[in-house]
Write a protein that binds this ligand. Structure first.
Ligand code: HEM
Length: 156
């Protein structure tokens, strides 16, 4: 395989990883927003749909593996380490990962605990972690967009 073919294959893998991650985040953002508006409805149904939605985040590690491994491959071919846009992009990637582990994952754990508890007033308890989860997904989507803009425009 020549270098051009390898580069093209890595870009395809990179964009597949990106689509999985950003796509899952966009769907989760909208779905949690819609579900938050129907919290007062049938509690059993609300619990069921929340559990299904939380399962979606299982796609994120697969997307991350594809995105990061192909990104490292692209880096080895293009030698862009020292360029400003790349360093800024890595800052955005660190912010994405930190936001995921420090903010998003905590809200998911809280929501799971509330859903598993035998309480009946779950809609009241779910409000705060749900608002935070929507803020989390909005931040993630903004960061994905920022990383794309940095890569395409390559400032510096
Ligand atoms: C939020 C995460 C990321 C997003 C949204 C993203 C997005 C993109 C996009 C849209 C391209 C353009 C492909 C093209 O021009 O054909 C690209 C290329 C590239 N990405 Fe990423 N990427 C991300 C993470 C990473 C990571 C973690 C690395 C390195 C470890 C990386 C390294 C690269 C390199 C070296 C290129 C080739 C740039 C060039 O044209 O010279 N990316 N990325």
């Amino acid at each position: 395989m020549n270098t051009l073919r390898l580069l093209q294959s890595l870009v395809v893998i990179h964009l597949t990883g990106l689509t999985l991650m950003a796509g899952t985040s966009a769907v989760s953002f909208l779905a949690f927003k819609k579900l938050s508006n129907s919290l007062d409805e049938d509690q059993a149904a609300v619990k069921y749909y929340f559990k299904k939605l939380l399962g979606l985040s299982g796609l994120l590690p697969l997307g991350a593996i594809l995105l990061i491994s192909s990104g490292v491959g692209l880096l080895l071919i293009t030698h862009t380490y020292g360029q400003l846009w790349f360093q800024l992009k890595m800052g955005v990637v660190v912010a994405l990962i930190s936001n995921g582990f420090l903010f998003g994952a905590r809200q998911e754990v809280k929501i799971k605990q509330i859903l598993d508890a035998p309480e009946s007033q779950i809609h009241l308890q779910l409000r705060q972690p749900l608002v935070r989860l929507r803020i989390f997904y909005a931040i993630q989507l903004t960061l994905f967009l920022l990383a794309i803009i940095l890569t395409v425009t390559k400032p510096g």
